[in-house]
Ligand binder design. Structure first.
Ligand code: NAP
Length: 246
């Protein structure tokens, strides 16, 4: 049985797990960091928690008799992706990155491309009403802007205030659709959206809704692309895995 370790936390990682489960002679093992309190889907063959850096991951690969490693983590999850590349290099295990394509602006989009949350926070106009769906851990930079009114969407109910001044919190998890996102942005009087260029369908609905409502989007660029073999879809990742086994 060929054991394939999928570093997940994304729809793509889950999808690849489903595809590999259907193959004979393949046992996919999905790895999650454990950030979400109750993940929506937890397939059999899921492990949760960090490995203890690149060295720990390399040990895990050897100890668990893994055949190949697929990094299907979120495009902005830089540390685990760097660790995966180092662990693959250290051990010589076959290694693939599954990275969905970034979104591209279309006619009607009002995007401003920037590098990170700190730059986004600086750019916001005083008095703006800003929608943030960046993850609870990535809001620190916005705490410098009490003159801006924030609507923050997170997956889990926060245990403590997300910002040191008044803000609206929406607890919800994707995938989202354009009608729902349009309704959310207009009902909350949102005047700007800050988003990371994650790619994918579910998270794109807010961008489409902003386009439809003529709302500007402050779009955070992706970190530098991964090294090695990169494919944009779970189906292509499955094909790569099967090729390794053939
Ligand atoms: P990160 O900063 O790149 O990773 C921090 C540490 O978390 C890693 O060093 C590793 O710990 C552990 N880790 C991360 N992903 C893991 C995985 N799939 N399996 C086991 N351990 C993992 O990651 P992050 O940005 O906090 O994201 C955490 C997870 O959430 C990722 O799996 C990612 O796919 C998912 N996610 C992230 C975002 C985002 O915006 N960044 C959005 C949606 C989902 P050790 O060093 O101890 O191994």
């Amino acid at each position: 049985m060929a054991r394939i370790l999928i570093l997940g936390g994304t729809e793509d990682g889950l999808h690849l797990h489903v595809l590999l489960e259907r193959e004979t002679g393949v046992e996919p093992l999905l790895s999650l960091a454990g950030r979400t309190k109750a993940p929506a889907h937890l397939p059999t063959g899921t492990r949760i928690g960090g490995f203890g850096g690149a060295g720990g991951l390399a040990e895990f690969l050897a100890h668990e008799r893994i055949t190949a490693l697929v990094d299907a983590t979120h495009p902005f999850a830089k540390t685990i992706s760097a660790n995966a590349a180092i662990a693959a290099e250290m051990t010589g295990f076959p290694f693939l990155t599954l990275l969905r394509l970034p979104w591209e602006p279309e006619t009607g989009d009002r995007w401003r491309h920037i590098e990170d949350e700190a730059e986004a926070a600086q750019l916001l106009q005083s008095g703006a009403r800003v929608f943030l769906a960046l993850g609870a851990q990535r809001l620190g930079a916005f705490s410098t802007r009490p003159d801006v009114s924030f609507v923050v969407r997170v997956v889990d109910t926060p245990n403590a205030p997300l910002l040191p001044f008044r803000h609206e919190v929406i607890v919800d998890r994707g995938p989202f659709n354009i009608d729902g996102e349009r309704n959310l942005l207009s009902s909350r009087g949102v005047t700007a959206v800050v988003a990371r260029n994650s790619g994918g369908i579910g998270a794109f609905a807010k961008i489409e809704a902003a386009r439809a409502l003529n709302i500007p989007v402050v779009m955070i660029r992706r970190p530098p692309a991964a090294v090695g073999i990169v494919v944009p879809s779970a189906a292509m990742a499955r094909d790569w895995v099967m090729k390794q086994l053939g």
